[in-house]
Design a protein around this ligand. Structure first.
Ligand SMILES: [Zn+2]
Length: 66
């Protein structure tokens, strides 16, 4: 029940990774989306809510997701 995964607020991908460079970059660059290269804050959601999340992205394409 407490297993949340990060999801991209831009494209809905769950293929999120930290920069390979590591070292200092890890502290200055947050996770990034391997699909669309979005960098920033990734919401963590229940895996069962992925489909719903992606639909919300469709509905809110004009808005900034927060
Ligand atoms: Zn993305």
């Amino acid at each position: 029940m407490d297993k949340y995964i990060k999801i991209c607020p831009q494209c809905g991908s769950t293929d999120i990774g930290v920069p390979k460079a590591g070292m200092d970059l890890r502290f200055t660059i947050p996770d990034h989306c391997r699909n669309c290269d979005f960098q920033g804050i990734f919401p963590e959601i229940d895996p069962s809510g992925i489909d719903r999340f992606r639909k919300e992205i469709e509905n809110h394409k004009e808005d900034k997701f927060k």
